[in-house]
Every structure is written in structure tokens, then in C-alpha cells.
Design a protein around this ligand. Structure first.
Ligand code: 13P
Ligand code: SF4
Length: 308
């Protein structure tokens, strides 16, 4: 066994730590991760754990969410550089301007946002539960931020029942895909099912066979028996599917589907982070309480999912 993996596992035991890894991480991270999954799954795991330390192999908003859900635990982000381009596209000032333009309409924020943005919104959502959150909120109109494409996708799935006003943020990784890439891929692999993340541009999602969160994409592959799948989300999902389903063929829709921020964390960084107990996530009390209310509202209005 890789000695670095052994060293990390030993440290985990000594310090009563868990490692949570998003499925866009470098695939080697899975060797030390206790749980690997999408944002919703990992936030539930952060809430449940009785570990003293959580090392979050992901990006900063995910580690912040873990801290909000487990305020008494030490939450570490292996690399401080691991931010999220989309989350950084909105700040409190621009959020307030957006809300002022649509007075009285509840604001739904995607979990891909900082704690101070969550603190000013009514309810949070992830890509797995965004449709249910917007539907269950019971309002004819909602504000959705920061991702315009996820917001518009939710609106289309609710078939005009809710008017969704979207902020103009986006994910640069998913926006690298064009409808032409999908059309080209169809010609090259006519029997392959194209699976896209709702952060993609709507012209891409409209051409896909299935649109869902990272977890839903992985579940689709698990539950279906097609022989070929084309993955239209970050490469980490493709890498894990290739590793886990040797009898199926996978194509990555574009080599450009790499989120540089998600790829910061290496096994070395995870080891150093746990050894030195750095870089710890800290949040001020007032922001935490308000952001927590926004996240709790999400859990309140959505069905509890069985966490494995
Ligand atoms: P999931 O909610 O599907 O895990 O996606 C997170 C993300 O950052 C997608 O870009
Ligand atoms: Fe943020 Fe996009 Fe990277 Fe997800 S893939 S972490 S939304 S920049």
C-alpha cells in the first residue's frame, strides 16, 4: 500500500478525523476518504459525524457548509486556493441589489455560495434537491442565485408553475461546453447516453439524454444497462465511473471539463493539513446563525434522504 495513504489513515485514527471528498476531486483522494459524494450527501455526512476533525477535500464553500453543520468540530480545507469561481461571482452588495430589484420575493441560494450570502437568503439548495426546494417553498416566484443555468433548469422542470428570477452567475467549467460539442459527440457515439449537470448552458442540457446532479448522474449509470455513456460534467465523475464500471464504456464530452479549483487537493496536502491541523475554517457567530437557518430550512422542506 502507498505509504502516504497509510500515514493519513494512521493520523485519522489518532486524531479521530474523517475525510469527506467531493466526486470532482482527484481520484487518488478516494483512497483515504471516508465518504465520497455530491454536495448534499457530504453536507449530511458533516452533520452526522461524531469525529473531532473534518478534513474537507473539496472547495471552500463545501468546507464552510460542513463547519455550519458541525460548529463544534474542527473543519480543515487542505488548500486555501480551492475556491469556487461561481460562488465568488456574488457578494453581499450585489445580492442586496438583486433583492432590491425584486422586493418581497424569497431568495433561494445554491449551496455553491459563501456563508455571508447564505446568511442573507431564505433557503439553500443543492443541485440534487433544487427542484424540490423551489417547489416546496410554495411561492409563485423565487429569486435564484448565483447560478443562472441551474435556476433556469429548475424553472423548466416545474413547467411554468414558479417564475424563477436568476442572478447572472455561472460555472466556468460547465460553461466551456457548447451545443456543438454535444452534436459532435452524438455523431461520433450515436448509441451513447449523454448525461449532463444542470450547471451546463441550457442549449447543452436540452440536448442531453439525462440532466442531474453528480450523484444523480452516477445513480443513472448504476441503475441502467446501456453500454456507453457520455459524461457532461467535471472529469472527476468520469474518472470514478471508469474505475467502477469496467463493463461499460465512458466518454468525457470535452477534455475541457476540469475544475482547476477542485483539483488543488493532493494526498500530500491532505496529509499536511491533518498533521498541522490547517487551514481551519472559522465563521463569525452572527453569520453562522443566519446561514445555518438558511441551510436548516432546506432540510426542513425536503424529504430526508437515506444516507448510506
Ligand atoms: P453537486 O451538487 O452535484 O455535487 O455539484 C457541485 C458542484 O460544484 C458542481 O459544479
Ligand atoms: Fe465551482 Fe464550477 Fe468548480 Fe463546481 S465545477 S466547484 S461550480 S467552479
Amino acid at each position: 500500500m502507498n505509504s502516504l495513504v497509510e500515514k493519513i489513515n494512521k493520523l485519522k485514527q489518532e486524531k479521530n478525523a474523517v475525510i469527506l471528498a467531493h466526486c470532482y476531486q482527484n481520484v487518488e483522494v478516494d483512497e483515504v476518504a471516508d465518504f465520497v459524494g455530491d454536495s448534499l450527501y457530504l453536507s449530511r455526512k458533516a452533520k452526522e459525524t461524531d469525529a473531532d476533525i473534518i478534513v474537507f477535500a473539496g472547495v471552500s464553500f463545501m468546507a464552510e457548509t460542513a463547519k455550519l453543520l458541525s460548529p463544534n468540530k474542527k473543519v480543515l480545507l487542505p488548500r486555501l486556493e480551492a475556491g469556487c469561481f461561481m460562488a465568488n461571482m456574488i457578494n453581499v452588495e450585489s445580492l442586496r441589489e438583486f433583492r432590491a430589484m425584486h422586493k418581497g420575493i424569497p431568495a433561494v441560494c445554491y449551496v455553491n455560495s459563501t456563508a455571508d450570502i447564505k446568511a442573507e437568503c431564505d433557503v439553500c439548495c443543492t443541485s440534487s434537491n433544487a427542484i424540490d426546494v423551489v417547489k416546496n417553498l410554495g411561492s409563485d416566484e423565487v429569486l435564484f442565485l448565483p447560478d443562472t443555468y441551474l435556476g433556469k433548469w429548475v424553472e423548466s422542470q416545474l413547467k411554468g408553475k414558479v417564475k424563477v428570477h436568476t442572478y447572472n452567475g455561472f460555472c466556468p467549467t460547465h460553461l466551456r461546453l457548447r451545443a456543438e460539442d454535444v452534436k459532435k459527440s452524438r455523431l461520433e457515439h450515436p448509441n451513447s447516453k449523454i448525461l449532463a449537470h444542470p450547471e451546463c448552458h441550457h442549449t447543452v442540457s436540452e440536448l442531453a439524454d439525462f440532466v442531474g446532479s453528480t450523484k444523480e448522474i452516477m445513480e443513472y449509470v448504476r441503475k441502467t444497462n446501456f453500454s456507453e455513456y457520455t459524461i457532461a460534467t467535471e472529469k472527476g465523475v468520469f474518472d470514478r465511473l471508469q474505475r467502477d464500471y469496467k463493463n461499460k464504456t465512458f466518454y468525457l464530452l470535452s477534455e475541457k471539463l476540469v475544475c482547476q479549483n477542485m483539483k488543488w487537493n493532493t494526498l500530500d496536502d491532505i496529509y499536511n493539513s491533518l498533521l498541522r491541523e490547517e487551514h481551519e475554517i472559522t465563521l463569525d457567530e452572527e453569520t453562522s446563525q443566519k446561514a445555518m437557518a438558511c441551510i436548516n430550512k432546506m432540510f426542513e422542506i425536503t424529504q430526508p434522504v437515506l444516507v448510506k
